[in-house]
Design a protein around this ligand. Structure first.
Ligand code: ASP
Length: 422
């Protein structure tokens, strides 16, 4: 059996949905489970609605109304009939959000976020499953929350693999013998049946969970790029497609920030030796990239750029050394504020990191660290990572840049840089 994953960009409008169903049609003779994200930028929009509701940043009902109307227009474009049960199904899903918004926000932000934002995937999959049926495919909608079980770490829930695997194995294979399963990425549920999410861009990970539990032959992530490239086309005019990639290189690249695949996706697949294909939904017959067990090194150096970085240098006020007790306190602070470290370095009396400038949580973290340490901060920096670097590639990215910190091992070079001022 195979698992497919379609992201938001692949289902952003009626034409895209039609394209996705035509790809499914070509593969539907084999058992197939399809994981789908929310349509277009719906997750961002639902996040705005949550912020309006909980933090008073805007009019939540007004924002929701707009999103509802857009989904409604899409439904009419797709189904081209006035009466179809999908209109009510989608309207009911929006009513569920309205019910939440009508109450005063009592619960924690992260919990409310998951209850609201998860609706994006529930709605998109209902539409795709219904449209599949409408054009004669044998699609069935499954609620991923009945299969993916997590703890209650809302917004970044951890999967209970044992329970999840048992339920998926017991129920899904017989359904796959008959029908193409359409289900949601990104979402799961707690043992008390509350909805959780697995972290932003988490639908890739959902697809890997299903693939691993079902011992799939392979999984395909359909993207708007031809496969895994050696750099994001946003930064480089000329990029190269990597036809074959080892799990290890893929893990390293995503860990350092390559956004083509969610970092948590690869490990479960590597453990079961399930091949991961990254292909273009625009040119579905092109081979794309195959990620599998191979000793093949990357054929070309790969570049990862992360802008908007903050450099934080932390020093004990009493000039004690940066050793285990200080480090464990510092790491705990990062963990509690959900600030992910992109690069770190320590010396005898200082510990420094680069992190994404995500605003409020970084400011709160700094405030806390300052209570105990001398903290210096620099913003507006860029983190460049080169996998399989050489001097030529380093020179290429350093034009007009000044290095603030550099870390190298045999394969990877990371440089935190700022624009040269002279
Ligand atoms: N819709 C979610 C997000 O935008 C999950 C995903 O698309 O992977 O983060």
């Amino acid at each position: 059996m195979q698992v497919f994953k379609f992201g938001g960009a692949s289902v952003k409008d009626a034409t895209s949905v039609k394209n996705v169903t035509s790809i499914i049609q070509n593969y539907q003779d084999e058992p197939l489970l399809v994981v789908v994200s929310a349509m277009g930028k719906t997750t961002d929009r639902l996040q705005e609605i949550t912020n309006a509701y909980v933090k008073g940043e805007g009019d939540a009902f007004c924002l929701l109304e707009k999103l509802k109307q857009e989904h409604n227009i899409l439904l009419h474009e797709l189904f081209e009939v006035e009466v179809h049960p999908i209109y009510d199904e989608v309207a009911n899903a929006f009513v569920e959000i309205e019910w939440i918004l009508e109450e005063e926000p009592q619960d924690a932000y992260d919990y409310l976020y998951d209850q609201i934002v998860s609706m994006g995937e529930l709605i998109s999959t209902k539409i795709i499953a219904a449209y599949g049926k409408h054009i004669g495919l044998n699609t069935v909608w499954l609620d991923a929350r009945d299969y993916i079980f997590t703890d209650n770490a809302y917004r970044e829930a951890n999967v209970d693999w044992e329970k999840t695997e048992e339920k998926i194995r017991r129920e899904i294979p017989s359904i796959l013998d008959e029908q193409v399963v359409i289900t949601q990425g990104f979402i799961g549920s707690t043992s008390e049946n509350f909805t959780t999410t697995l972290g932003r861009e988490g639908s890739d990970y959902s697809a890997a969970i299903f693939a691993s539990c079902l011992n799939a032959e392979n999984i395909t992530i359909w993207k708007d790029v031809p496969g895994v490239l050696n750099a994001d086309p946003k930064w480089f005019e000329k990029t190269e497609l990597i036809p074959e990639l080892s799990y290890t290189d893929a893990i390293e690249l995503t860990y350092y920030g390559a956004t083509v695949i969610h970092p948590k996706t690869i490990k479960p697949l590597q453990n079961k030796k399930i091949t991961l294909n990254v292909k273009s939904f625009v040119n579905p017959s092109e081979p794309g990239t195959e990620i599998k067990t191979t000793n093949q090194k990357l054929p070309v150096p790969s570049f990862i750029f992360k802008v908007n970085q903050v450099f934080i240098n932390i020093q004990p006020r009493d000039f004690s050394f940066i050793v285990e007790d200080n480090l464990s306190y510092i790491f705990n602070q990062f963990h509690q504020h959900r600030v992910k470290i992109n690069m770190m370095h320590n010396s005898a009396i200082s510990f420094s990191v680069a992190v994404d400038d995500t605003g409020e949580n970084v400011l709160d973290l700094l405030e806390n660290l300052e209570k105990r340490y001398k903290v210096t901060v620099a913003t507006g920096l860029e983190l460049i990572t080169i996998r399989y670097y050489n001097q030529e590639t380093i020179d290429r990215v350093l034009v007009d840049k000044q290095i603030i910190r550099e870390l190298k091992d045999s394969y990877t070079c990371q440089m935190l840089v700022k624009k040269r001022e002279d």
